[in-house]
Design a protein around this ligand. Structure first.
Ligand code: ASP
Length: 341
């Protein structure tokens, strides 16, 4: 009798433990901005679409095999960081001195644990450094040389800062600095903003990924080189938990891209989660309010990708385009670039 009871209990609890969520899924972005079909060659468009679909498939396969959202996000972002197409890792934009300063962050929705780095110059895959900060340090955000040193101590690959630099980003920096010289200071709504007119026209090529795994756990990660011609060790939203990245199993996981200063002031990623948690709004409504109303009213531009704890997704932006892709648990792949797709 005791044996029977034990067997029954054991099989029940193991079914419970093994119960898998059918609604797993992954969403990525490769930056928002003035991305218009008329400025794109068919070849460029093809390259972006291929990169987005390959990256998403990497994460999807991990989730499908029963991997965690953290594993899926890390490997997906590695692909995007290693691609020179995006503003993260190799191909990151350059600061005013022609150097890269890399930012990344990661948040785990189950534990609300998080890690981030800013101003790193040598760690090949910044997202992994952010995850190591989360897992193996008592801190949340490490900066500059300290972030690189920590990554090295954790056994991550370091490369020479030149590895990240591409001709395309050198040309972009030159263009922005020439404009800056011509205009000196631009007056925007009575306030002096050094690089405002150039940013308005920018493409924010930051990469981000959010995922829900079969165990019902959400996570979010973001990685970037920040903004072209940035000065004074400027830090954007991407390494700021709550602005560029947020995840909470109770609500959703969010990764942002856009003009970082506004995303910091609008606490964009957390705000979407908060609207769900405190106002019970569905994800798509929460994302719409924060991007189309709050961020837009502030004067900011950009977007987010997000997924909730049931696998519903949002890809919301107020720019002409956002590189984005999604795969649901059935393996349906959706890759989009422009607004009206
Ligand atoms: N949000 C990033 C930053 O401000 C830029 C981007 O999304 O590309 O650093």
């Amino acid at each position: 009798m005791t044996y029977l009871l034990f067997t029954l209990l054991f099989s029940c609890s193991s079914t419970l433990i093994k119960k898998e969520n059918d609604n797993f899924g992954i969403v990525i972005h490769g930056g928002a901005g003035t991305i218009l079909k008329k400025n794109m060659t068919p070849e460029m468009e093809k390259n972006y679409r291929e990169a987005l679909s390959e990256a998403t498939t990497i994460g999807y396969n991990i989730l499908k095999e029963g991997g965690t959202s953290q594993e899926a996000i890390e490997k997906t972002i590695h692909y995007l960081e290693n691609s020179p197409l995006f503003n993260a890792g190799k191909g990151a934009v350059l600061n005013a001195k022609g150097k890269v300063e890399l930012d990344a962050s990661f948040m785990d929705g189950k534990t609300l644990n998080a890690g981030a780095i800013t101003g790193a110059t040598r760690v090949k895959n910044p997202i992994s450094a952010a995850i190591k900060v989360m897992k193996n340090s008592v801190h949340v955000l490490l900066s500059g040389k300290g972030a690189d040193d920590f990554a090295k101590k954790e056994g991550l690959e370091l490369v020479s800062p030149e590895y990240f630099i591409t001709q395309r980003r050198l040309d972009a920096l030159k263009r922005v600095q020439e404009k800056e010289k011509e205009k000196k200071v631009a007056i925007v709504e009575d306030s002096e903003v050094m690089y405002d007119p150039f940013i308005k026209d920018s493409k924010y090529g930051t990469v981000g990924c959010v995922a829900l795994d079969k165990f019902g756990n959400l996570a979010a990660g973001t990685s970037t080189g920040g903004m072209t011609n940035k000065k004074w060790n400027r830090i954007g939203d991407s390494p700021i938990i709550g602005a560029g990245t947020y995840a909470n199993n109770k609500t959703c996981a969010v990764s942002s891209t856009g003009w970082g200063e506004y995303f910091i002031r609008g606490i964009v990623a957390y705000d979407i989660s908060a609207l769900m948690e405190y106002k019970n709004l569905p994800l798509n409504e929460a994302a719409k309010i924060v991007i189309q109303e709050k961020l837009t009213k502030l004067g900011g531009s950009g977007g987010v990708v997000a997924i909730d704890n049931k696998g519903n997704i949002a890809m919301e932006f107020n720019t002409p385009g956002m590189y984005r892709a999604h795969m649901n648990s059935k393996g349906d792949l959706d890759v989009k670039i422009y607004k009206n797709e």
